[in-house]
Design a protein around this ligand. Structure first.
Ligand code: FDP
Length: 330
């Protein structure tokens, strides 16, 4: 790469924002890129700084919060709440929706996020990520309310994730394709590395937690058998257990990630608002699809901010096949 074709995320965001834009959305994405650099730096030092291990809290999902989750949550809230661009937030780590404190100016957008997805992988040095979605407020004249936060994925104006892997990558879409930026640690800049990402036509992977396969319903088992026995294309099974990492690998090489319902998880495990919907939005922007088995994940209006949903997401034909198998269950 020569210096003349290096495109930083800042330049790309400014160059691609529409003429009528006021820069608010661009500003939020840039704030998230900054948050990503701070979280990435802390993630890299995690083993050394003894910030691993459990914080003293149990989060509202009943999972033990790890210290890095708390750190990432705090960084994103602090960096974005005073920007004047948001009027509400939802975080996986906070029980209630988060209003913008009255001392700060309010903006027109709602940010929903999972600060550290795949957090059970932190202490074994495996890729983790941040997922985010951005909605517009329903009423510009108000300061933001719960209803602003309960919008279906179809109304997202932007979504993305940051993957803390062998490199740190920020991948986002604001409705004009999916673009990926890799953090150059020596420059401290996200550089455009993957423009207009599309799922390849020939997928390579399927990603399910097979520990629960035997407990799945007959149509789900049949679907997984179909994936396993497919010959053209031949699929390999890979499952990291960090949804962002599994989604990213499948986006680049093609594939399907699934977390269906099971007897112990009647609603599935993945959260609709800040995990499933943003990734389904990216999937559609990249030519793929996301479903709960019946409906597009983007059509489901959340009833509460932490709602769980079964998920099948990736190459469209692999995901639609899940719907076909599950239709036989009815
Ligand atoms: P985690 O609990 O570690 O935060 O949605 C949460 C999630 O990770 C996903 O990232 C991941 O795909 C899934 O749970 C893994 O669940 P299993 O361990 O049950 O496979």
């Amino acid at each position: 790469m020569t210096s003349s074709n290096i495109i930083t995320i800042e330049r790309f965001l400014l160059d691609t924002q529409p003429d009528y834009a006021r820069g608010e959305l661009t500003g939020i994405l840039y704030d998230l890129a900054l948050a990503a650099k701070i979280i990435a730096a802390q993630t890299r030092r995690a083993g050394l700084l003894d910030i691993l291990g459990f914080a003293d809290n149990i989060n509202i999902q009943g999972e033990e919060q790890r210290k890095l989750d708390v750190f990432a949550d705090d960084v994103i809230i602090r960096l974005t709440q005073r920007s004047g661009r948001l009027c509400a937030m939802v975080s996986e780590e906070q029980e209630d929706w988060i209003p913008i404190p009255s001392e700060y100016r309010k903006g027109s957008y709602i940010l929903v996020f999972d600060p550290l997805d795949g957090s059970s992988n932190i202490d074994t040095n495996i890729s983790i990520g941040t997922i985010f979605g951005i909605y517009r407020t329903l009423d510009e004249s108000q300061r933001g309310c719960l209803q602003d936060c309960l919008q279906p994925g179809r109304d997202l104006v932007a979504a993305g994730y940051i993957l803390y892997g062998t490199s740190t990558m920020m991948v986002y879409s604001a409705g004009q394709g999916v673009h990926g930026f890799t953090l150059d640690p020596s420059w401290g800049e996200f550089i455009l590395s993957h423009e207009k990402i599309r799922f390849p036509d020939t997928p390579a992977y399927f990603s399910f937690n097979h520990a629960i396969t035997n407990r799945l319903s007959p149509p789900l088992k049949a679907y997984i058998d179909w994936l396993r026995n497919l010959e053209k294309p031949l699929l390999t099974h890979r499952y990291v257990g960090s949804m962002v990492a599994d989604f990213h690998r499948n986006l680049i090489h093609g594939g399907v990630f699934g977390y269906p319902t099971a007897p112990t998880k009647p609603d599935g495990k993945i959260r609709l608002l800040y995990e499933a919907a943003p990734l389904a939005y990216l999937a559609e922007q990249a030519g793929g699809f996301g479903t709960d088995g019946q409906h597009s994940l983007l059509e489901i209006k959340p009833e509460n901010i932490h709602q769980r949903v079964p998920v099948f997401i990736g190459n469209r034909f692999l995901v639609e096949k899940a719907q076909t198998f599950l239709a036989s269950e009815e």
